[in-house]
Write a protein that binds this ligand. Structure first.
Ligand code: ZN
Ligand code: CU
Length: 486
């Protein structure tokens, strides 16, 4: 007679509903974690565990991946990553919309918009992309991060005047930086073609840099030139870049902005379907009808309502409606907006039916696009993921909970090349969110935008609990993720 060897694990999530991130239906099972990995899933009641977490009545899912963030500097400023980890997010993709903190040394007084969304001039302190990743290795955050190289950042580093296309020499200089960044482990290259430092770049300039990204195995992520009347042309350009440079593309925060474009997501999503036949195409979306970015006078007319999120010249107006401010100042809304620059704003531009159609599209990933340094931020910063789970999946039944989880875990990890993440299986990294499917919901609103979400019980990153019952543990197990490296 031989005795069954007693296997042990560090932490056991016992008796929860396991939603594994692939889209598969939930199963009741235990999940064992040892070191930084998941070591077993199944009936593990015999297993000796260092600690047992009672997961009965809870969902145990992969930690959520926020594929669209501007958290480049939040990783240093709030290493607990509270706006994100409080939602169950365990990995953020930074460097979206053409703006990345690295590589750039800024000598000016203030970074030009929209680079000011990430911090002040002294925050732009990394000469090489790898220096930024090394700094994060030295002072890790609670969550993991993957990295995009921003085109605006590159242009400000390589060009004396960003209001024109780059010369051949400048393209060469930027290409070298991209090559080096890809070698350091960048995930890809991003543009923000609506913004001043990036706008003047012609398609050929973008293709040249996307080609270097492609050679390094990366992806192209874009805030397109136009998300309104000319969205068709912008999709043409985006698909063309993907084809010419032969790399996967991701359209950021897909939307149809402005009243005259409401309803057009039926057409745009059909275009994604067509493109999918010939190239790799992805998109991300946030679950709100309002967007947010720097104050841009030209966006004021298109918006049904504008809320100021911060202003350097008039900080007291943060959180106020632009219409009230204009009345107070005795001028038009456009003039008031111009006076508040540099600053940020929330713009109500979209139609709920479009938001729901895009969210429900089978290939859409969830990305918050939250702006962590805004004084009165858009509520998406603190609410995106629980809102998709609680409001859209549970309450509106737009999709199943399994489908909702897939769009914020497995699908995202696959499209952004995050190795061994986004799924719960034996051998995967132990990035885990345990939540109450009955109560999970966003609590942040346009009035009170920084209220943490409800129903998120335990958040684990690389095998360590970083948050439990609404409190941070102080652990900082987050890693700077290098593309395709574990
Ligand atoms: Zn953007
Ligand atoms: Cu963005």
């Amino acid at each position: 007679m031989s005795e069954t060897p007693q296997i042990a694990c560090d932490i056991l999530f016992a008796g929860g509903d396991v939603i594994d991130g692939t889209g598969a239906a939930r199963v009741q099972a235990d999940v064992a974690v040892t070191g930084d990995r998941i070591t077993a899933i199944g009936d593990l009641s015999e297993l000796r565990a260092g600690r047992k977490v009672d997961a009965r009545g809870r969902v145990v899912a992969p930690g959520f991946i926020d594929v669209h963030t501007h958290d480049d500097n939040l990783l240093f400023r709030d290493a607990n990553m509270t706006p994100k980890t409080s939602q169950g997010v365990t990995t953020v993709v930074v460097g979206n919309c053409g703006i990345s903190l690295a590589p750039l040394i800024l000598h000016s007084d203030a970074p030009p918009p929209p680079l000011d969304l990430l911090g002040g001039s002294t925050d732009y302190r990394f000469e090489r992309f790898g220096d930024y990743l090394d700094a994060l290795d030295e002072t890790p955050a609670a969550a993991n991060a993957a990295f995009l190289i921003g085109h605006s950042t590159l242009r400000l580093g390589a060009m004396s005047d960003v209001e024109r296309g780059a010369t051949a020499g400048e393209i060469d200089a930027m290409a070298k930086v991209v090559e080096e960044a890809m070698k350091s482990g960048a995930t890809g290259f991003s543009t923000g073609l609506i913004y001043a430092p990036n706008k003047a770049a012609p398609t050929d300039e973008i293709v040249a840099l996307a080609q270097v990204t492609s050679d390094g195995g990366g992806i192209y992520v874009t805030h397109m030139r136009n998300e309104g009347v000319d969205i068709d042309k912008s999709l043409d350009e985006t698909f063309e870049i993907g084809q010419r440079a032969n790399l996967p593309i991701v359209v950021s925060h897909h939307k149809c902005a402005g009243k005259e474009n409401h309803g057009r997501s039926a057409e745009t999503l059909a275009r994604f379907d067509n493109a999918r036949g010939v190239q790799k195409v992805g998109l991300d979306v946030y679950p709100y009808t309002a967007g947010s970015t720097v104050i841009m006078v030209e966006m004021v007319d298109a918006a049904a309502r504008v809320i100021i999120t911060w202003s350097d010249s008039r900080p007291e107006f943060a959180g106020r409606d632009l219409s009230d401010i204009a009345a107070k100042l005795g001028c038009t809304e456009r003039d008031a907006a111009a006076q508040l620059i540099p600053g940020g704003a929330i713009y109500f531009l979209m139609d709920e039916a479009d938001v729901q159609r895009i969210l429900a599209y089978p290939h859409s990933m969830i990305g918050s696009d939250g702006l962590p340094h805004d004084k009165h931020p858009h509520p998406r910063l603190w609410g995106t993921f629980p809102r998709v789970l609680g409001h859209y999946a549970r309450d509106l039944r737009l999709f199943t909970l399994e489908d909702a989880v897939h769009r914020m875990t497995g699908l995202s990890a696959e499209q952004f090349g995050l190795k061994d993440r986004g799924v719960l299986c034996e051998g995967a990294f132990a990035d885990i969110a345990m939540f109450n499917p009955e109560t999970v919901i966003d609590s942040s609103t346009f009035e009170n935008p920084t209220t943490p979400a409800a129903g998120i019980d335990v958040v684990m990153v690389n095998g360590q609990v970083i948050r439990e019952d609404g409190r941070v543990t102080g652990a900082r197990p987050g890693r700077a993720l290098r593309r395709n490296r574990a």
